[in-house]
Write a protein of this length. Sequence first.
Length: 459
Amino acid sequence: MTGDAHDPRLERVLEVMLSIAQQDFDVEAPVSGRMDVIDAIAVGLNMLVEELRGEVASRRELERTHEALKEAQARLVHAEKLAAIGQLAAGVAHEINTPIQSVQVSLAIVERVHRGMLDELRPRRLGPDDVAMRLRRAGQAIIDAQEAVERVRDVSDSLRTFARVDDDREQEVSLAEIVRASCRMVEPTLRSRARLELELDDGVRVRGNGGRLGQVVTNLLVNAVQALPEARRSSARVRVCLESLEGEARLTVEDNGPGVPAELRARIFEPYFTTKPEGVGTGLGLALSQETVRAHRGSVAVDDSPLGGARFTITLPRITEEGREPESDARRTTRRVLLIDDEPMLLRLLGSFLGESHAVVTAASGDAGLAILAKDDRFDLVLCDLHMPGKDGIDVFEAVTRANPALAARFVFATGGAFTARTQRFLELTRPRTLTKPFKIDALFALLDDGAQAGPVSS
């Protein structure tokens, strides 16, 4: 080896090698020009360092590209959700405004009949037949208003289904109800483009997230509608079938559009792949749907429909429907009921309606309810609003539980939804009986007919 064993170049070469071992590539070994062994080693190290610098730069660029792709994907997923929300909002506006109009007209008829009868009864110009006829007219208007309110309630139930999309908890859900909720959401668009055919087995129940499954069904329905040529509106069809198989639930959504070519089916569930025109969709709908179905231990596939278009088939594990308790035939008896709610109109209406057959006491706040219970706890049922200013339903329940645990078992909570983490935690841990607003008045009477016994309540 040429050169002194104590050559300072050798020490520098060793320092460069140590830096490389520590992944520090901003170094360079000195080359003296002597062209000896030390220079050869230095040249080799410098070439290695240069190559490693290139590798690091490439890796950093790859990481930046990967992050950019992740951000782009997140934006596209968000855009997909916004598109779904936009369609949902349009459907909700239509489906709620129409029955509300019916309620307004029905109530106007009742008000006119009521005013007219008062005007004509004062001078006693109305005979019994006239009174009966006008009462029948008013009665029909009331029935129409009730039916319109039921339609609003259906839409509200559908919204609650979709609102649970970010809830990771799984529970037993009716797949038929999820399908109907999705159909209601896309009905305004679908109705103008095709005829919807439903063949649903109401007994099919699965375990999962109702909101996410609803998104899957909605996406398939929207895809089916978008695939149908507008020129064929009179003959366009979308069919949804739900059936129970051995241990499985099978849901199919099919149409008589152009279908999906065989050569594209292998890619149809890939992210960003789409057969739609530019500007329509993001190419993520089917990919997200497949991901959701797989998360529910199921599968989704596409093939040819007997109708002539595409058929998407979802298969999910089915659970056995639990037997229902036989309906009680107990005679209605007078019960003592305490109503706690901060809405004066609802409190007045419920008090008046229940007061015809039960002894009703009302409280317009949580504090007022606790003051009543402190003096008198002999109530068969306490219907308490969950969300109230000041002391809410949770505060009232916790205070009653400490003072009189037996009375806490007679609580039923009326709620329009669990909007806060505190409320969700309370419902999960306590699992009280609830009535979901807007609830059917018969559900409340059923509680009273059952003697206000503890147990699950269906509204």
